[in-house]
Every structure is written in C-alpha cells, then in structure tokens.
Ligand binder design. Structure first.
Ligand code: 13P
Ligand code: SF4
Length: 299
C-alpha cells in the first residue's frame, strides 16, 4: 500500500494536519505538514487552521496541542507512545513540594502531563528554559522533572534552582568518556549537545541547543564537522538536510523507543480510523493552558 499517498488524501478529506517532532523516523517526518521541536510545535498548534491534528510525537506533546485546541480533535497515532520522564512526576508530588518551598516559583518542563502543568506557575521547553526562569520575580525556582535541564538552567541564571530528580534515559545514557574520545579524535568538530544530557557531557559542549536549535545552528555554522549528542532521529534529519556536513554520534545510538513507536502505517490508521483521541478534563486543561500560554507570551 502507498501510505504516503493515502495519508495525503485523508489529510485533504478530513481537513487534518500532521505535526511531527524532530525525533520521528524520516518517513513520518516526510508526511508531516510541520516538523519541529517542542516549542515550535506548541506554538504552531495554538494557531493551526485544521479540524484535526495528528500528532506524531509522544503523549505530552499531543496533550499540549489538545489543551491549546479544546475544540479540535487531536489524535496520537500510537496510544502507548509516552515520555518516561514526563511520567516521573505527578500533581500530588508538586503539591507536596509546594508546601516544602512556599516562596519558590514552580516551572514545569513541557515534558510533563497535564495534571502537573495545572499545578505550576509556568511551563518551559528546552529552547526557552533559561529565558522563562529569568523572567520570574521569585529568587528560588523549583524546576521539574528534568534534573539535567535544571542543571543547565542553573549555569545560566542567578536564581537558586531546586531540581527534581527526573531524567531522560536516552540522554542519560550518552557516555561522557565516549564524547571525550570522539572530541579528541576530531579536534576540528564542533560539539553540540541537548540540555537533557548529563552535566559531564554538557561541560564538553561548544553549544547547547534544543533539537530545532541544533538544526538551525548546523545550517548556519561554517564548520564542516559536528559531534551531536541527542536522539538518532535528529541526527538522521541533520544528515539529510546537510549532506555536505559530517555528523558524528558518540558511540552507541541514542534511540527514544516511544518516539519510534509511530510509523507511516500508524499515521495512516490514525487518520483513517480517527484514533487515538486525546482527552483532557476541562478543569485540568484550563489551569494547564494558563501555564502554557504564559510561556508562549514570554517567548
Ligand atoms: P526539544 O524540545 O528540544 O525538541 O526536546 C524534546 C524532547 O523530548 C527531547 O528529548
Ligand atoms: Fe522523553 Fe527522552 Fe524520549 Fe524526549 S527523548 S520523549 S525526553 S524519553
């Protein structure tokens, strides 16, 4: 079956758009109307002209799109495509921390579920975390759930950052020694790292970016060689976009198995059978929307 053609036809018929995260397999990226990082996708979904949004990403991303589009049908092609880091914290934990740190601002990484977003002051993504934190009047900030992104923010602010002990297993597994070796073997390469990586790896970076920040930077930089520390889908995208540049990965492949659950076939079935619908109870959606919109206003 020619899934690509069938997807295009269904998109027209159903007035649907497909949004895909940068970590999706290339085939899925190719049928998407837009491919981007979490911030771009959230911003785009807030103004999208379509009746249906098919979100090729993980659950919290589709859920964010649904919160910003309560009247639209938002579909996640694989119901079990979730971000394990987002599932490391819940609303009751945030409430408990609130009572421990009553004077602190609470910032949730967009990689959280709606119940957590509903409990915090503001949301951020990897592209704007520093800007969001610096915009807050409080001196102390509880940052959750990613301890590594929290560490990166702490290096770029005068505020006191209280990290929550969550992490992304894909970025945690990049071995600092492998990065150091590759750097030594390729002194002419620029090292660009996603801020979900461990502090020892971030320390070796020439630049730290969100996924789309990496794409823009590699395109603009005069360098011909890059050591890129993030998930494999982004590396594939860089190799496709810039075949004249050498994209090196430190040792083992970093693969987000949840992002990779989505295939061309599941995008097709999602559009054909209108599954799996993302639903957010309005009471939670309302409070989560406020925290997401605050972020969109600042950046
Ligand atoms: P970006 O917002 O940088 O695309 O990151 C999302 C993510 O899940 C990274 O692991
Ligand atoms: Fe979550 Fe990490 Fe996968 Fe991103 S790469 S969706 S943070 S598990």
């Amino acid at each position: 079956m020619n899934y690509k053609r069938a997807i295009e036809e269904l998109k027209r018929e159903r007035k649907a758009v497909v949004l895909a995260h940068n970590y999706q397999v290339l085939q899925v990226q190719e049928v998407a109307d837009f491919v981007g990082d979490s911030l771009e996708l959230a911003r785009l979904s807030a103004g999208v002209h379509a009746e249906i949004i098919v979100f090729a990403g993980v659950y919290f991303m589709a859920e964010t799109a649904k919160i910003l589009n309560p009247q639209k049908l938002v579909l996640l092609p694989e119901k079990d495509a979730r971000c394990p880091m987002a599932d490391m914290v819940d609303a009751s934990k945030v409430r408990e921390l609130r009572s421990m740190y009553p004077d602190a601002a609470f910032v949730a990484y967009v990689n959280t579920n709606a119940d957590v977003k509903a409990e915090v002051d503001i949301v951020c993504t990897s592209a704007n975390a520093v800007k969001v934190v610096n915009s807050l009047p409080q001196r102390r900030v509880v940052f959750l759930p990613d301890q590594n992104l929290a560490h990166w923010v702490s290096l770029n602010t005068n505020k006191e950052i209280i990290p929550y002990p969550g992490y992304c297993y894909v970025h945690r597994d990049f071995d600092p020694e492998a990065v150091a070796r590759l750097k030594e073997e390729n002194p002419d390469a620029e090292v660009i790292v996603h801020p979900e990586s461990r502090p020892e790896v971030v320390k070796m970076a020439d630049r730290v970016f969100s996924t789309s920040g990496m794409i823009k930077y590699v395109g603009q930089s005069p360098s011909k060689k890059f050591i890129v520390v993030t998930e494999e889908g982004l590396l594939e995208r860089l190799r496709k976009l810039y075949p004249q540049k050498q994209i090196l990965s430190p040792g083992m492949k970093g693969v987000c198995t949840d992002m990779k659950k989505i295939s061309l076939r599941s995008v097709y079935l999602s559009l054909k059978e209108l599954k799996y619908e993302v639903k957010v109870p309005e009471e939670i959606a309302q409070r989560a929307r406020r925290a997401i919109e605050k972020m969109l206003e600042i950046t």
